[in-house]
Design a protein around this ligand. Structure first.
Ligand code: HEM
Length: 423
């Protein structure tokens, strides 16, 4: 019932995610030999590894049994868990956002933004988003014959899109990017707050300082939108009420932060990874130029391929049997989207990038009540970028070795150097 310790160590190791293959190899072995078993990496509370597609769906179908809010929603060291609970006055998550609440509070909070992000609601945004995509494509074409697609395009375009949807002025974008990267990449010396190797306590302290800065910033946002409400998402959050009361301070901050951060880093990582895949597979460019309707399948496969959100955690509210294993009340569970998106039981040739999967049953947006709120926006903005860019490209290839962020949570390629020629 226990996963061998070297495998348990690999699937939590930020450097293994940066390397890529070690994590995929570990999960392949886990799916084959230890499906649904306990990992006990050093310094962490033991947790069940839910690595099969079907098992993740089974867990996510039962949000009353598998809670988000009782324990940390992402992997954390015992030491940090204690500090977070100290800082928050007992709560396991530094940020009280949609992903860290359950039941009625989750339903009420989700309802604030949900109507603005349905497929029907995002369709009218297409024209504005296309205008943004055209700007970034024009900028990239000027850089020909070389650029770092990750830093020059993939990390900037989704940021501009989400900030436009939220109602954040362009002048504040650089600040938001920096804080998001600090929040998600506290272990990466290139991106974290102190720009150096830090120990877990220093990383947590960096996170706390980032949070303080975000709270100051968003305090001003609340004032601004309460004085002058608009249709922007930040205005919906600022003016939302539950049972006649405005959201409390932690709910407000959690909402702003998740919308701003989940809203671009995920999409940026996916876009960067898609270019990496394209640069290594020239036939994909030919195929999509011959038939642009294939761009949607290219986007879907890029989401499966990159899996920018590596995991979320749950904890059991009661004893329950899952896939033949006895889960006990209080047990911590890792839903590994990285593993489920390579599950041989669901995907033919899971380690190949294929745009002919019909349907593509990728589960990188999660499933069930907490399924990604921004999925339709994310798909649309990525499709538009490729529709605008691909017709200009005659060829594209890697011009160096791409590098991924050192992180085990929300991450992906941070540098994708490419060389390209234009039509
Ligand atoms: C490729 C892009 C993206 C991926 C792969 C992704 C992935 C995810 C995943 C795995 C979850 C948790 C689902 C679960 O627990 O079942 C999630 C939740 C969430 N995502 Fe995304 N996301 C993406 C883009 C976005 C964007 C663009 C936004 C904002 C507009 C967004 C906002 C959210 C929010 C608010 C939640 C919390 C939902 C809840 O707990 O009810 N995401 N996302």
């Amino acid at each position: 019932m226990h996963i061998p310790s070297h495998l348990a160590q690999t699937i939590v190791d930020p450097h293994a995610y940066a390397a890529g293959d070690p994590v995929d190899d570990a999960f392949r072995t886990i799916r084959a030999n230890h499906p649904l078993a306990i990992a006990e990496p050093e310094g962490m509370e033991p947790f069940w590894v839910v690595g099969r597609h079907a098992d993740i769906m089974e867990v996510e179908r039962q949000p009353d049994v598998f809670h988000n809010g009782d324990k940390s929603t992402f992997l954390t060291l015992k030491e940090n868990d204690g500090m977070v609970r100290f800082i928050t006055g007992g709560e396991p998550n530094l940020i009280r956002s949609l992903v860290s609440v359950d039941g009625q509070e989750h339903k009420d909070l989700r309802a604030v933004v949900f109507p603005s992000v349905t497929p029907k609601a995002v369709r009218p945004m297409e024209e504005d988003i296309r205008a943004i995509a055209k700007q970034f494509v024009a900028d990239m074409l000027e850089r020909a014959p070389k650029c770092d697609f990750a830093t020059d395009v993939a990390f900037l375009y989704p940021l501009r899109v989400i900030m436009t949807v939220l109602g954040v002025p362009q002048d504040d974008e650089a600040f938001m990017l920096k804080l998001t990267q600090e929040l998600f990449s506290s272990g990466d010396p290139e991106l974290n707050r102190d720009r150096k190797e830090v120990n877990p306590a220093e990383a947590l302290d960096g996170l706390r300082r980032t949070m303080e800065e975000l709270e100051n910033y968003f305090g001003g946002v609340t004032e601004k939108f309460r004085a002058n409400p608009t249709a922007h998402i930040n205005s919906l959050i600022a003016n939302a009420t539950i049972n006649g009361e405005f959201l409390n301070r932690r709910q407000l901050m959690g909402y702003y932060i998740i919308a701003a951060t989940a809203g671009h880093d995920t999409t940026s990582n996916t876009t960067a990874g898609a270019m990496w895949a394209l640069a290594e597979r020239p036939h994909l460019l030919d195929e999509m130029q011959a038939d642009p309707s294939k761009v949607a399948a290219f986007v879907e496969e890029s989401i499966r391929w990159v899996v920018p959100v590596k995991h979320f955690m749950r904890s059991a509210t009661r004893d329950i049997e899952l896939a033949g294993q006895a889960i006990k009340a209080g047990d911590w569970m890792m839903l590994s989207y990285q593993s489920a998106n390579r599950d041989e039981a669901v995907f033919v040739d899971p380690f190949d990038y294929r745009i002919d999967r019909e349907p593509n049953r990728q589960i990188a947006f999660g499933y069930g009540q907490h399924v990604c709120l921004g999925q339709h926006l994310a798909r649309m903005e990525m499709r538009i970028l490729w529709e605008e860019l691909l017709p200009h490209l005659k060829s594209v290839e890697l011009a160096g070795t791409p590098r991924r962020t050192i992180s085990n949570f929300v991450c992906g390629p941070k540098h994708v150097p490419i060389r390209f020629t234009l039509n």
